[in-house]
Design a protein around this ligand. Structure first.
Ligand code: PLP
Length: 440
C-alpha cells in the first residue's frame, strides 16, 4: 500500500529527495546522489555543513541548559552573542533582541521603530516605508512591508497599505533614465513619499542593502544609501537595514550596508547568523533608538517563547567565531569576484542572460524571461542544474515582478578555489544545454 503524505511541503504532492547527510558544501540524498549546495540552502548555510566546532558548542550548551524563559533567566550564551554582535556592527548598534526567524526580526524592527517614537510622546509615526522590489518576511506585518508580488498576492486584503518607493534598478530604470544623469530619482523618491504621507506619520524606512528574494542581488549605485540616510535623518525617520540575507559576510563585507558609508538605526540579522545550525535572528538597535525606551517603559514589546534561548545563542556565537577565525568574509569577497567575473564573460556568450550582479558570494543572474513567454527559463535552469547536482535559489526581478526570472548563486563562504571551478564547470554545462534547448 502506498504511504500517505502528512508533511505539507512547498509543493504538496511533488517528490523531494530525502536528505541523508551533508558535509562542507556537499549534500547527499538517500539514494546517494551528491549535490553542491550552490545557494547555501535559502542563502543560509554560510559556514558549510557539519562543522565540528559548532556541533561541539551545540552539544555542550544542550547538556548544560537548552532553554530558559527570558523573563526568568538570562544566559551567558545570549549575553555573549549580543556583545559579539555589538562589536561587529558599525556605529552605536549596541542592543540585540533575539527572535527565531528573519520575519520575526523585521517585524520586531517595525514595532521597535514605532515604540521608539511612542516613548518620545510621538504617537502618529506608525507607518513604515519600503521598496517595490523587496522581501522582508512572510507574516502579515512583514509582508505589508514587502514588495514581493508573488508572496503578497493571496493576502492583499489583509496587508497594510504602506506606500513603496521605486527600486534602485538601473538596468530597468523605473523612470527610463540613466545613472548618473537621473540624479538618483529612486533615492529621492523616498523624500517625496515621506512628504506625501506627512513626516509626522512615518516611523521608518526598511531596505535590504542588496536585494535578495525579490531582486536577485540587485545592488544600488554608489551614493544611494548616503542619500537615503540623509533623507531619513532630515525627517526623523529611522533607517532599518534588513541584513537577513546580506549579513555576516555574504556580500564580502561583514554587513551589506558596509559597501556604503552609512550607519542604519536598526539592523536585522537572520539566516547566516547561526548559518542554519539553529533558528535564531536578531533585531539590533542603536543606543539612540533604545534611549527613550530605556528611559520609558524599558520593555520592547516583541518577545517570543524561544527568544534568546541559550542553545541557539551559543550556536550563533560559535558560527560568528568560526567566520572570524577562518576569515570567511575575505574569502567571500575573493571567491565571489572569481565566480562573478566568469559569469560576466558568459553573459556575452549566452543571449538569454540579461544581467549578472551582486557582491561577494551573493551573485544574481537575471534571465531574459520575456523572450520565452510562458516558459519559465529560471525553472529550467534550476531543474537542469539540480539534475547535474548543483542547487540554486530562484528569485523574482522581472519587469512585472510576478515570475521567478532570476536566480542566486550563493554557495557557503568556505568555498575553495577548486570548488569554484567545480561549480563553474557544472554551470557551463547547464547554460550550454539551455542554449541548445532554446535554439532548438
Ligand atoms: N528579510 C530578508 C532580506 C530575507 O531574505 C528573508 C528571507 O528570505 C526574510 C527577511 C525572512 O526571513 P525568514 O524566512 O527567516 O523568516
Amino acid at each position: 500500500m502506498e504511504k500517505r503524505e502528512h508533511l505539507i511541503k512547498p509543493m504538496v504532492g511533488e517528490q523531494y529527495p530525502m536528505i541523508s547527510r551533508a558535509q562542507n558544501i556537499y549534500m547527499w540524498d538517500q539514494n546517494g546522489k551528491k549535490y553542491i549546495d550552490g545557494s547555501s540552502g535559502a542563502v543560509t548555510t554560510s559556514i558549510g555543513h557539519s562543522v565540528k566546532e559548532v556541533i561541539d558548542a551545540m552539544v555542550e550548551q544542550a547538556s548544560e541548559v537548552a532553554f530558559v524563559y527570558r523573563s526568568q533567566f538570562t544566559s551567558e550564551a545570549a549575553e555573549g552573542l549580543a556583545e559579539k554582535i555589538s562589536q561587529l556592527t558599525p556605529g552605536d548598534l549596541n542592543w540585540s533582541f533575539f527572535v527565531n526567524s528573519g520575519t520575526e526580526a523585521t517585524e520586531t524592527a517595525m514595532k521597535m521603530a514605532i515604540q521608539h517614537f511612542q516613548e518620545r510622546g510621538i504617537h502618529t509615526k506608525t507607518k513604515i516605508l519600503s521598496r517595490k522590489m523587496s522581501y522582508h518576511g512572510i507574516t502579515i506585518g512583514a509582508l505589508s512591508m514587502s514588495g514581493h508580488a508573488l508572496r503578497r498576492k493571496r493576502f492583499e486584503p489583509l496587508l497594510e497599505d504602506y506606500p513603496m518607493v521605486e527600486a534602485p534598478y538601473c538596468k530597468r530604470c523605473p523612470y527610463g533614465l540613466e545613472n548618473p544623469s537621473c540624479q538618483m530619482l529612486c533615492a529621492t523618491d523616498l523624500e517625496r513619499s515621506i512628504l506625501k504621507l506627512g513626516a509626522e506619520n512615518v516611523a521608518a524606512f526598511i531596505a535590504e542593502p542588496i536585494v535578495g528574494a525579490a531582486g536577485a542581488a540587485l545592488t544600488p549605485p554608489p551614493g544611494y544609501y548616503e542619500t537615503i540616510r540623509e533623507i531619513c535623518s532630515k525627517y526623523d525617520v529611522l533607517f532599518i537595514a534588513d541584513e537577513v540575507m546580506t549579513g555576516i559576510g555574504r556580500t564580502g563585507e561583514v554587513f551589506g550596508i558596509n559597501h556604503w558609508n552609512v550607519i542604519p538605526d536598526i539592523m536585522v540579522l537572520g539566516k547566516g547568523l547561526a548559518a542554519g545550525y539553529s533558528p535564531i535572528a536578531a533585531t539590533v538597535a542603536s543606543d539612540r533608538v533604545m534611549e527613550p525606551i530605556l528611559k520609558g517603559s524599558r520593555i520592547v514589546m516583541a518577545g517570543h517563547t524561544f527568544s534568546a534561548n541559550p542553545l541557539s545563542a551559543k550556536v550563533a556565537l560559535a558560527v560568528l567565531n568560526y567566520v572570524e577565525k577562518n576569515r570567511l568574509v575575505e574569502n567571500s569577497k575573493t571567491q565571489g569576484a572569481k565566480l562573478k567575473s566568469t559569469l560576466m564573460k558568459w553573459k556575452e556568450e549566452y543571449d538569454f542572460i540579461f544581467d549578472v550582479r551582486g557582491e561577494g558570494l551573493m551573485i544574481g543572474v537575471e534571465l531574459k524571461e520575456e523572450l520565452f513567454n510562458e516558459q519559465s527559463l529560471t525553472g529550467r535552469v534550476l531543474k537542469i542544474a539540480n539534475e547535474k547536482g548543483l542547487l540554486l535559489y530562484p528569485s523574482v526581478s522581472g519587469p512585472q515582478g510576478r515570475s521567478e526570472n532570476s536566480f542566486l548563486l550563493s554557495p557557503p563562504l568556505v568555498i575553495t578555489d577548486e570548488q569554484v571551478e567545480e561549480i563553474l564547470s557544472i554551470l557551463k554545462d547547464v547554460f550550454t544545454q539551455l542554449q541548445t534547448e532554446t535554439k532548438g
